[in-house]
Every structure is written in C-alpha cells, then in structure tokens.
Design a protein around this ligand. Structure first.
Ligand SMILES: Nc1ncnc2c1ncn2[C@@H]1O[C@H](COP(=O)(O)OP(=O)(O)OP(=O)(O)O)[C@@H](O)[C@H]1O
Length: 325
C-alpha cells in the first residue's frame, strides 16, 4: 500500500483548540482526531463552532490557543497544500459570470495542475453537461458538486467539506454518499460537517459531536448506535428471560412488556421461545434511536437562535459577535 500510486490519507489532529471572539468563546478546548481511510462526521447544532474549527484547520482563522494540524503540521506550513488538503467551505463563493469549467481551469492553473483534471472532475462529480453554464445559473446542488470538484483538483489526501449535503436532493445525497465512500476506500481522510445526524448517519464511520464549542462525544458510529440487540414480546417475559438465560442470552425488560435480548440471532430467540412453549407476539431487531441521542447530547445549545435562547447567548452579545451579522 505504501508505494501505491494513490497517496494515503493523513491524520487531522485537533488539540485543546480554542477560539474567542471578544468575550465569546466559539470553540472551547476542543480535541479530536480524524483517521485516514475513514469518513468522519463533524456534528453539532447551528452555531456550535463547526465552521470556525474548520477555518482554523485550514489556516483561515487564527486559533486563540491550541493546535489544529494536518499530517502533523499547521496548514500554513504544508509544503504542497493543494495535494494535501482539499476543502469546500461554502457553496456560494463562485464568480457568477464564470462557467463551471472556467472556474476549475483558473484554480488548476493557479495550482500548476494539468487542465485534463478539469474535465475529469466535472465528469466525476456528475456535472459535465453544466460545464459551460455560468455558475450564477447553477442550482445549490450543482454548486455543491462544483465545490467538490474544486476541492478534489489536486487529488488531495485530506478532504474537508462543510455541510456538503446542503441543497442536494435525495438522489444527490445518495450519490454523495457513494462518492465519499469511494474516496475513503482510496485511503483519503474525509471530514464532513453537518448539523443533522440523520443526514450523515449512513455515510460516516466516525463522529465528532460538539455543542457550545465543546466536544460532547466522539468515536465510531457503531459505538454510538450501541450493541445491536433484538426486541421480543411474548405472554410471559420473565419466563422467556429465564429460558434465554439457559441459552446463554442475556436480556433486560424493555417498554410495555418487551424484552430486549442481547443478540442479533432472531432465529435463536424464536427457537428458545418455542421450546419454552411461549407465543411470539413480536420479534424485531432493535435500532438505536440516534435522533433522540443526538438531541439529548446537544439539547438547547443552538447559539444562533437569538438572545435568550441559552445563557451563553447573553455573553455572546456583549462580545464581538454582532460584528459579522
Ligand atoms: N467572526 C466572528 N465574530 C464573532 N462571532 C463569530 C464569528 N464567527 C463565528 N462567530 C460565532 O461563533 C459561533 C460558532 O459559529 P460557527 O459558524 O463556527 O458555527 P457552526 O457550528 O458552523 O454553525 P452553522 O451550522 O450555523 O454554520 C456562532 O455563535 C457565531 O455567531
């Protein structure tokens, strides 16, 4: 693998990263790592500090303290930033009068990249037909695709995307999922921000969840989902629990007389119930309620909801927050 033509990804490391705007702390001692060859979802409600963190990572904003490195270096110290990191922070910053192809050509020329990459990427991101159209006439979804094409021009090892599903229709979201999966299978490091867990839950391998600029949870998506288990309902839950115990399956009482068995083997649960002479009224895999978990982790922390939404907001108003409004 180390000599493969496609370079492997590089880790992103954020350590004790802090950004204050006046007296307002947008990012607060944030630490996390993003691994190569995996897709990591960077999640948090509006105003949690995601964009500010990504901007610090890309050297666009100075950190107040702490570090944010790519392959062990500050963005500004990278030898070949374009082949190391590609990013799409906003889908709106294209010159409206310039065609999609011309836009990519300008970027390719500036980065000393071959013009052949431009058509290759228009094709890859599914907008070859729109190449001659002025970017100002692009739909939000097409702008997202053009942003992605621009980010990938230098065939970077690390890809940083801010809310890439914004403006994509369900088919576009599906396409993006497959596209990112393909890129990560090449070993690239992919960090994707979103304010909705549901939007990325089928796309990402790992999550980093922040609220009020602070880390609230990070780790593999599978861990967030919890151990898979089976829900079973019968006439006598206690008796079935005993029979399952004999078969080496642990279970705990759930809601409304349900039993949650710590196995995904529904056939085993059915066979045990049959042997115990118990009817099966319901048998289904248990899925973690990620929406509820995400809400619990980030509840009431949307700092963009205006004064009074949270106590933190009162502080924000006295800082420089209003300066960019
Ligand atoms: N230049 C700035 N001056 C003052 N406050 C700022 C500045 N940039 C960001 N903020 C504030 O910092 C907080 C975090 O903003 P940020 O854009 O990083 O959040 P986010 O998680 O990306 O949210 P969204 O999904 O809404 O973009 C917000 O309350 C925002 O108003």
């Amino acid at each position: 693998m180390s000599t493969a033509a496609t370079p492997q990804g590089a880790p992103i490391e954020v350590r004790d990263l802090t950004k204050t705007f006046g007296s307002f702390t947008a990012v607060d001692r944030l630490s996390f790592t993003v691994e190569p060859g995996r897709i990591t979802g960077f999640l948090g409600p509006n105003g949690a500090g995601k964009t500010t963190t990504l901007r610090m990572l890309l050297g666009l904003v100075h950190a107040t303290s702490g570090t944010a490195t790519i392959d062990g270096r500050d963005y500004r110290d990278l030898d070949h930033p374009q082949s190391m990191v590609g990013s799409a922070l906003e889908a709106t910053n294209f010159h409206p009068g310039r065609s999609g192809r011309d836009h990519l050509r300008v970027l390719a020329a500036a980065g000393g990249l071959p013009m052949s990459r431009v058509d290759e990427l228009l094709e890859l991101t599914g907008i070859p037909a729109a190449a001659r159209k002025r970017a100002g006439e692009y739909s939000m979804g097409m702008r997202q695709r053009l942003g992605l094409a621009a980010a990938l021009l230098g065939d970077p090892r690390v890809l940083i995307l801010d809310e890439p599903s914004n403006g994509l229709d369900p088919e576009g979201i599906r396409w993006l999922r497959g596209f990112l999966r393909h890129l990560s299978s090449q070993g690239k490091t992919i960090l994707v921000s979103s304010h909705l867990l549901q939007e990325v839950e089928q796309t990402v391998d790992d999550v980093v969840i922040i609220a009020n600029g602070r880390l609230v949870r990070s780790g593999p998506m599978a861990q967030l989902r919890g151990a898979p288990s089976t829900i079973v309902r019968t006439s006598d839950a206690d008796q079935l629990a005993g029979a399952l115990r004999v078969a080496d399956v642990t279970s705990t009482p759930g809601r409304d007389g349900e039993l949650v068995a710590e196995t995904t083997d529904m056939r085993l649960v059915g066979d045990v119930a049959l042997r115990a002479g118990l009817p099966i009224w319901e048998l289904r895999p248990r899925r973690a309620d990620l929406e509820a978990l995400y809400f619990e982790l980030t509840e009431g922390t949307n700092r963009n909801l205006g004064a009074g939404a949270t106590p933190v907001e009162a502080d924000a108003v006295s800082g420089q927050e209003g300066a960019n409004e």
